[in-house]
Write a protein that binds this ligand. Structure first.
Ligand code: NDP
Length: 447
């Protein structure tokens, strides 16, 4: 049977078992396309149904979150925790609070997380969770009441040796603080059950920076394979949240020029570059004032493109750092027609499958999310190590470990993805992540 038919047959079963979960199907399909050929050469994985088992969560927890808004009215949200795979360590992965959250979105994220965590070289299984709660427009007190109610249920399912959530879209330092406070109050224990904690109460230096820094280091390592670097490169970034902010900082530190940032209402284009002072404005705007990116254009007198994404702007390097499926086929073609030859994904699955086809045909340096954005969970892993040791490492120590991990991930991608002069990072990351989890599952028997 032709390989394509095998992938289609496998996907037909996944779709039948998981109806209506489009993002989950997309994520599994991307992996199946590289893993099924690999399993043909290594039949032990096929005989043991490893791919089928990896695509089925070990456990899914679904619960309601009732909370009182400032007017005293009852509000209700849906919440989830997907405990996907614990073959190489306790479940680890973020919590997302966003109105688009549903079971299929979280299963795609949890599935990606399993392979990503394996790539980091650290002993972490994969999970993901969250709620359709939208923190935007809510007061701090409302966010706190939601987080407390959410954790009142979640706390019975997680623990420092079982499942260790972190942040993601809509979950930053404020939300982690409220959830940690409630966990501690109910369980009466001070443990490293969440990562992304504040510095004073168990957080790691460099954790807030880690995903953005890591995706930038990954871009640099990809460029190095062509004897090039970020120095002097024009970079477009989408998003203006945690990942986008620190990617912007690191690109600028490494000599690149960031010319765009965005949020769900549009993007700003600043051809002069977003330097440290302008970035400080963005950080205050987004993290403290919780305002819209348009205010940047008003302040620095540059263009704001309402309702648009930044992929029509000429650049050398693109970093999609907002959300899934934010680069479509047309946008990918435009990027390449404008000379872009590096894509390093801070977000999870930001490029649609058709966009990935375009990158792959053009043979550009394409660092997919599960490799390029693994720095965040890697430093979460380092936060867990520091919590267990009851020590905290310096900024330099954590940053140098992060750099080394990103380098190791890059090398794994090269090892499994090199085809002549070209490095297929999709293949490299998928196989590199899969092998370790698969071997652990083989060793642990039918569980
Ligand atoms: P934040 O909530 O801090 O920021 C998200 C940014 O993306 C905001 O600017 C937001 O704009 C924008 N955004 C979100 N949803 C949409 C949408 N549907 N359309 C357009 N813009 C959107 O999240 P993070 O920076 O933490 O996460 C960004 C991406 O990085 C996600 O894909 C996440 O899974 C991934 N990631 C994050 C990690 C981390 O450590 N935080 C680790 C690994 C991956 P607005 O405010 O208007 O909604």
């Amino acid at each position: 049977m032709a390989l394509e038919q095998k992938v289609n047959d496998f996907m037909a079963k996944i779709i039948a078992k998981n109806p209506g979960e489009a993002e989950f199907h997309q994520a599994v399909h991307e992996v199946a396309e590289t893993i099924i050929p690999y399993m043909e050469e290594n039949p032990i994985y096929k005989e043991n149904k490893i791919l089928e088992r990896i695509a089925e969560p070990e456990r899914v927890i679904l619960f309601r979150v009732p909370w009182l808004d400032d007017k005293g009215e009852i509000q209700l949200n849906k919440a989830y925790r997907i405990e996907m795979n614990s073959a190489i360590g306790p479940y680890k992965g973020g919590l997302r609070f966003h109105p688009t959250v549903n079971l299929g979105v979280l299963k795609f994220l949890a599935f990606e997380q399993v392979l990503k965590n394996s790539l980091t070289t650290l002993p972490m299984g994969g999970g993901k969770g969250g709620s359709d709660f939208d923190p935007k427009g809510k007061t701090d007190n409302e966010v706190m009441r939601f987080c407390q109610s959410f954790m009142t249920e979640l706390c019975r399912h997680i623990g420092p040796n079982t499942d260790i959530p972190a942040g993601d879209i809509g979950v930053g330092g404020r939300e982690i603080g409220f959830m940690y406070g409630q966990y501690k109050r109910i369980r009466n224990e001070f443990t490293g059950v969440l990562t992304g904690k504040g510095r004073e109460w168990g957080g790691s230096l460099i954790r807030p920076e880690a995903t953005g820094y890591g995706a930038t280091y990954f871009a640099e390592y990809m460029l190095n394979t062509r004897g090039d670097s970020l120095k002097g490169k024009v970079v477009t970034i989408s998003g203006s949240g945690n990942v986008a902010q620190y990617a912007c900082e690191k690109v600028t530190d490494m000599g690149g020029k960031v010319v765009t940032l965005s949020d769900s209402s549009g993007f700003i284009h600043d051809p002069a570059g977003i330097d440290a002072e302008k970035l400080a404005f963005v950080m205050h705007l987004k993290n403290v004032k919780r305002g819209r990116i348009k205010e940047y254009a008003d302040k620095y007198n540059c263009e704001f493109h309402e309702g648009k994404r930044p992929w029509g702007i000429k650049c050398d390097v693109a970093m999609p750092n907002a959300t899934q499926n934010e680069v479509n086929e047309e946008e990918a073609k435009t990027l390449i027609a404008n000379g872009c030859f590096v894509v390093s994904e801070g977000a999870n699955m930001p490029s649609a499958p058709e966009a990935i086809e375009v990158y792959s045909k053009a043979k550009i340096l394409y660092g997919l999310g599960k490799a390029a954005n693994a720095g965040g969970v890697a430093v979460s892993g380092l936060e867990m190590s520091q919590n267990s040791l009851r020590l905290s490492w310096t900024r330099e120590e954590v940053d140098s470990r992060l750099k080394q991990i990103m380098k190791d991930i890059h090398e794994t991608c090269v090892k499994y993805g090199k085809e002549g002069d070209y490095i297929d990072y999709v293949k490299g990351a998928n196989i590199g992540g899969f092998v370790k989890v698969a071997d652990a599952m083989l060793a642990q028997g039918v569980v």
